[in-house]
Design a protein around this ligand. Structure first.
Ligand code: PGA
Length: 247
């Protein structure tokens, strides 16, 4: 059975003081480890998160990384640099990066490759916009996004974590119903199965307004292997409730 993963995505939130409180509260309330837990923090806080999370059973995650290895790329952060801060997971291709930083499917696929080469598990985000869903293009869009990652990463695809995040559900309070999410997850699972004999190992997370109330139903679906949690990861009680729901 796949072990569930609950990953917090803090996005551009936090401060040294606030992080200490939040990490302290999450660590103190963490139930006996039955699922994997990670916190994807803003890069300037990686050293702080690494220090505070040491020995806690919670992994450190990043929110992005460069598709280049090193060199003249001002402002970029390489996979090797992230490794130095104990980073275990890196989100790649989040819809906010696809939208506001024009990241293409090919670039996202390269970022996943860079992460894997450095021993970091990429959490590859895919998902349709509301307009695409309403036009009946959901499957075509997510399959295209995943195909790029499969094409670039070949048999290493079994080492990624995938996150289905319908763009219309992110930060909006609108969640995909468990059935809507499961339907897409099943499509992704069969696409992965066609690409890798180890597809049954690949965790597929759901993300988009997952919260303490709806988590159990979503996480109860056969192909939903965890959650990528934005807003609710900024409140210790809510994040802990989601972790408990993954039991
Ligand atoms: P949300 O964000 O939980 O605030 O909707 C999820 C995400 O963007 O990963």
């Amino acid at each position: 059975m796949r072990r569930k993963l609950i990953a917090g995505n803090w996005k551009m939130n936090g401060s040294l003081v606030a992080n200490q409180d939040l990490i302290g509260a999450v660590g103190a309330g963490l139930p006996v480890a039955h699922c994997a837990v990670a916190l994807c923090v803003p890069s300037p806080y990686l050293a702080q998160a690494q220090a505070l999370l040491a020995g806690s059973g919670i992994d450190v995650g990043a929110q992005d990384l460069s598709c280049h290895e090193s060199g003249a790329f001002t402002g970029e952060i390489s996979a090797a640099m992230l490794r130095e801060f104990g980073v275990r997971y890196a989100i790649v291709g989040h819809s906010e990066r696809r939208q506001f930083h024009r990241e293409s499917d090919a670039e996202v696929a390269q970022k996943a490759q860079r992460a894997l080469a450095a021993g970091i598990t990429p959490i590859v985000c895919i998902g349709e916009t509301l307009a695409e869903r309403e036009a009946g293009q959901t499957e075509a869009v997510v399959k295209r996004q995943l195909a790029a990652v499969i094409h670039t990463n070949g048999h290493c695809i079994s080492e990624i974590v995938l996150a289905y995040e319908p763009v219309w559900a992110i930060g909006t309070g609108k969640t995909a119903s468990p059935q809507q999410a499961q339907q897409v997850h099943a499509v992704l699972r069969s696409q992965l199965a066609a690409a890798s004999e180890h597809a049954d190992r690949i965790g597929i997370l759901y993300g988009g307004s997952m919260n303490a109330v709806n988590a159990a139903n979503l996480l109860g679906q056969p192909d939903i292997d965890g959650g990528l949690i934005g807003g609710a990861s900024l409140k210790a009680a809510d994040f802990l409730a989601i972790i408990s729901a993954a039991a």
